[in-house]
Design a binder for this molecule. Sequence first.
Ligand SMILES: C[S@@+](CC[C@H](N)C(=O)[O-])C[C@H]1O[C@@H](n2cnc3c(N)ncnc32)[C@H](O)[C@@H]1O
Length: 297
Amino acid sequence: MVLAEIQADIQAIEQDEAIYQEINFNSRANAIDFIDFHILDRIEGLLQNPEQTEELNILQQCAEKVKSELEKIDSNLFKQLREKIRTGMYTGASFRKAIDQYFEHDVSQPDKIGYDNLDDFINGLLSDQVIPEATMEREPEMVFYQKTPARIIFEIVELADLRQEDVFFDLGSGLGQVAILVNLISGVEAKGIEYEPAYCNYANTCARQLNLSNVDFINIDARQADYSRGTVFFLYTPFEGEILKTVLEILQKEPRNRTIRIFTYGPCSEMVAQQDWLSCVHGEANDPYQLCAFKSL
Ligand SMILES: C[S@@+](CC[C@H](N)C(=O)[O-])C[C@H]1O[C@@H](n2cnc3c(N)ncnc32)[C@H](O)[C@@H]1O
């Protein structure tokens, strides 16, 4: 009975022609999730019991084959899109339009929490490199690497109304997705500041492979970086406590001849909101899942 149900689930996916069409990334991502969490996990659980091992092994192979065919469609799609980025076909509005084709509704949904299919799309699109292990020991106040959800990056660009003369900085830039996406969607110069050299190398390789000349990543502690050209800064809680305090003091000295804007996501928003030289122009700083925007006074 259970085996017949699993077989029917695999067949239903196999016979759904729509998910094999390149454009239907979203439905394909849902199907891959279904295979992982409802089919393969279920088979794994049943394999704990030695009965029907042979039939279960066959179903497992079928499910893995369907999953790998779907993943192949995605990897070909990403390869083609990367080539279009590399050759300059997708910049600014055309890049945004290209992304919108693969998602039925607006990609920036402020009320959502966590990652979604847009994150899978962006992860696959930007690079096929293997993600490196961190090599440096972190100080306790330094936060480990975690990506900003992609829809939040789209929201930053929408809210920031970036101009050609803006220079965007991501403080604690990790694998580089924020700066790369901001540059791709808006065209502005984007820089990342990252303590971990392996992440910084990954991000620079990614930018070079996409042929993005206006994006670069600097391997330095955020307390030592040069922010003199920056106009828009982003912090996805890269550090806390004294480090955050020190970096905010450095940023406070910046706006001598210009207004700077700071976008925050995560628990660091609360400390940024306490700065008397900044005014909060968007978001609720006590909600770590809301993007906040601040302006220097
Ligand atoms: C929460 S992750 C954010 C990653 C990236 N901004 C993103 O959203 O994809 C924090 C990052 O900050 C980096 N980091 C922590 N302390 C740092 C410091 N003092 N200077 C520079 N980078 C730091 C970590 O290595 C990590 O990659």
